[in-house]
Design a protein around this ligand. Structure first.
Ligand SMILES: *Cc1c(COP(=O)(O)O)cnc(C)c1O
Ligand SMILES: [Zn+2]
Length: 447
């Protein structure tokens, strides 16, 4: 494939005119205050056929040719073509495995069930996909003399872990704003270990978000939250990867847990771009899954996406999506209107049982993946998902980041939840007779 000059820029997602370089410190439209989005020069990209793009992406998959072996940078022309390869900060994110959930699928009567394990990544969540793009752009800004001195974000745990890791890899000072006692120990120790300034604040995510916005107003600290549209460009590769992993066949359903709504916006953007550029000829149905206690998107969907009513997000085991005022609401509505599908919600009990049930078939699911699975169970019960449908559940984080939740479940001490599948360790004296009895009871219960 001949190398063409590709271009992209920031523009208002609501349609005001004005174009801004992707390396400018700007997060919102100066005219209307709405979010910006990265717009690619689609005419230039269209000079290649869908088949040519497929072959290019396929040929780069997992190679060691810097940085194209990364799942994100293998699609660099579609992500941020203007970055110098030397400024890219990558941990070879992406290309996570798409797991055939055969046993769970058989139980559910939907045999073609797959789980995209985005948590099998450098910092254990899909947030790496977006952070490689944002930190690479900042790295290029600093190299070309920008006054940016540091990067910062508010986080429910996974964004800060990703930012701290990529920031440390680039040598860029990183500041993270976390709601105190609301992130898991694994999520807290990641930015600590990576040398970030970790601010544990006496508020929730929405409170952290308000503070980080205020502190980053002078433009010397670059804001890495998902209002920043550069992250979307990396996160959008997840949909492209899923389709590629099915030999460029489009699944019937993709189900994803949502909070701030950047991820669903990105998933939709990637799929729409593939469609427009001729890599695929149809679109999957998308399901956005929320925790009932933090469900502003679900409520808005119930009213035909008439408006967003920000809410106080209640405590949920799905801590990474405990968000009451989602930043990317408008982006996500735009996406949902282009796809078939729906928004679903799950109660705390449904989330906990969905994770426990999936784990019994060999997975180790985080609570957010549990939200998506619980949504799937409902769609199957209602007959919306058919037995012959191909379904992909996006697992957004690694279960190992959320072991305290799993321990509490199996010790049956999750507040308000009666565990139906607890499997606590059997405490025994070190005697062969007692052990033999316990083994016998276990085998009888499984017979
Ligand atoms: C961030 C996150 C989500 C939600 O993504 P949004 O872009 O905020 O909607 C879901 N699951 C996990 C594990 C996350 O870290
Ligand atoms: Zn505008």
């Amino acid at each position: 494939m001949a190398t063409l000059a590709y271009d992209c820029w920031l523009q208002c997602a609501r349609g005001c005119d004005g174009r801004y370089p992707v390396t400018q410190v700007i997060y919102q439209c100066p005219k209307c205050g709405g979010l910006l989005e990265v717009q690619h020069d689609m005419a230039a990209l269209k000079q290649h056929s869908g088949a040519e793009w497929r072959a290019l992406f396929e040929g780069r998959t997992r190679t060691n040719q810097w940085p194209y072996g990364s799942g994100v940078w293998g699609k660099k022309e579609w992500v941020l073509p203007a970055l110098d390869d030397d400024h890219i900060v990558s941990m070879y994110e992406g290309h996570t495995n798409l797991f055939w959930a055969q046993r769970l699928g058989t139980e559910l009567g939907v045999e073609d069930l797959w789980v995209k394990l985005c948590g099998n990544s450098h910092t254990g969540s899909f947030k790496d996909l977006g952070m490689t793009v944002l930190v690479s752009a900042v790295n290029q800004m600093i190299a070309s003399g920008s006054s940016v001195r540091a990067v910062a974000c508010a986080s429910t745990g996974d964004t800060s872990a990703a930012l701290a890791a990529y920031g440390a890899a680039a040598g860029i000072p990183t500041i993270v704003f976390l709601p105190r006692d609301k992130v898991s120990p694994a999520q807290l120790i990641q930015p600590i270990a990576n040398g970030a300034l970790v601010l544990a604040l006496d508020t929730d995510f929405d409170g952290c978000m308000a503070l980080v916005k205020e502190v980053t107003q002078d433009n010397s600290i670059y804001l890495a939250n998902s209002m920043n549209s550069l992250r979307i460009e990396g996160q959008k590769t997840v949909g492209i990867e899923i389709v590629q992993q099915f030999d460029w066949q489009v699944p019937d359903w993709i189900i994803i847990p949502v909070g701030n709504l950047g991820n669903i916006s990105a998933l939709g953007k990637g799929l729409l771009m593939m469609h427009e550029l001729g890599l695929i000829d149809r679109l999957p149905a998308l399901v956005a899954a929320q925790a009932e206690r933090a469900n502003p998107f679900y409520r808005s969907y119930q009213r035909g996406f008439e408006s967003l009513e920000p809410m106080h997000a209640g405590e949920t085991v799905a801590t990474a999506i405990q968000i009451g005022n989602p930043v990317s609401y408008e982006r996500a509505v735009k996406v949902m209107r282009r796809f078939e599908g729906c928004v679903e919600q799950a109660s705390e009990d449904e989330i906990a049982e969905a994770t426990a049930r999936a784990d019994l078939t060999g997975m180790y699911t985080c609570p957010h993946t549990g939200v998506a699975l619980a949504a799937l169970f409902k769609l199957i019960d209602r007959g919306q998902v058919k037995p012959s449908d191909r379904v992909v559940v996006i697992s957004t984080a690694h279960g190992l980041k959320f072991s305290p939740f799993k321990i509490a479940y199996h010790e049956n001490r999750l507040p308000g939840i009666q565990a139906r599948r607890p499997n606590p360790p059997v405490q025994l004296p070190a005697e062969a007779g007692a052990v033999r009895d316990a083994v016998q009871r276990f085998l009888d219960s499984r017979a």
